[in-house]
Design a protein around this ligand. Structure first.
Ligand code: GDP
Length: 190
């Protein structure tokens, strides 16, 4: 899989302002600082395209063939309080191929990420877990990324009939880049 072109389309705060859903679309979802903009840069291999929205529920990235939509969840919110915009987008967007849920593998499972994963699972929304920061082998809170990942998968199991695909990534070492691009192109052509 190769990225030929990348273009920023728009930032939208309301469903009716979203780009027309005429292209295969992937949504990237994750709390602040999980590594969304780093992952986009690592996918497109260009430092200068790092545009991110700091506000939740903003559509802020797009690719030429498939479209990437980026959502941020406020880390300080203890419970799931996505806007109806965000939930509505996931439930109703016809062009949505899959949600890429970014999860920081260098910390133990966080409630907000578990809540997101559980909600998406219960609503049968196609999802891929993208574990970020897998290069941080000496994680701050004692556990290694592979242990955090294993624990996360155990904790969400009951909300999924089939375990979702998952990929370990690092925007620092490039780990998982080819796998993720291949995975996305396979999903898109499926
Ligand atoms: P965003 O808020 O979700 O867009 O997160 P950013 O992409 O801005 O990343 C937040 C912080 O985590 C930055 O300091 C990044 O340098 C760092 N970061 C992101 N990805 C990785 C990674 O794969 N490995 C490491 N070690 N740090 C990362």
């Amino acid at each position: 899989a190769k990225i030929k072109e990348i273009e920023f389309v728009k930032s939208s705060g309301r469903p009716k302002d979203c780009p027309r859903d005429d292209r295969a679309e992937f949504a990237m979802l994750g709390r602040s600082n999980v590594g969304k903009s780093s992952l986009i840069n690592y996918l497109v291999r260009k430092k200068e395209v790092a545009l991110t929205s700091k506000k939740p529920g903003k559509v802020d990235r797009s690719g030429a063939v498939s479209r990437m939509t980026c959502f941020a969840n406020a880390p300080e919110s203890a419970k799931m309080d996505w806007s109806s915009f965000t939930k509505g987008y996931f439930l109703k967007r016809d062009s949505l191929v899959a949600v890429l849920l970014l999860i920081d593998a260098s910390v133990p499972p966080q409630k907000i990420d578990l809540d997101c994963a559980n909600w998406l699972g219960r609503n049968n929304i196609p999802i891929t877990f993208v574990f970020t920061k897998c290069d941080k082998m000496k994680a701050s809170k004692g556990k290694r990324p592979d242990e955090n990942i294993k624990r996360f998968q155990e904790l969400i199991r009951e909300n999924y009939r089939q375990h979702p695909p998952w990929i370990m990534t690092s925007s620092v070492t490039g780990l998982g880049r080819d796998d993720l691009l291949l995975h996305m192109s396979q999903l898109r052509n499926y």
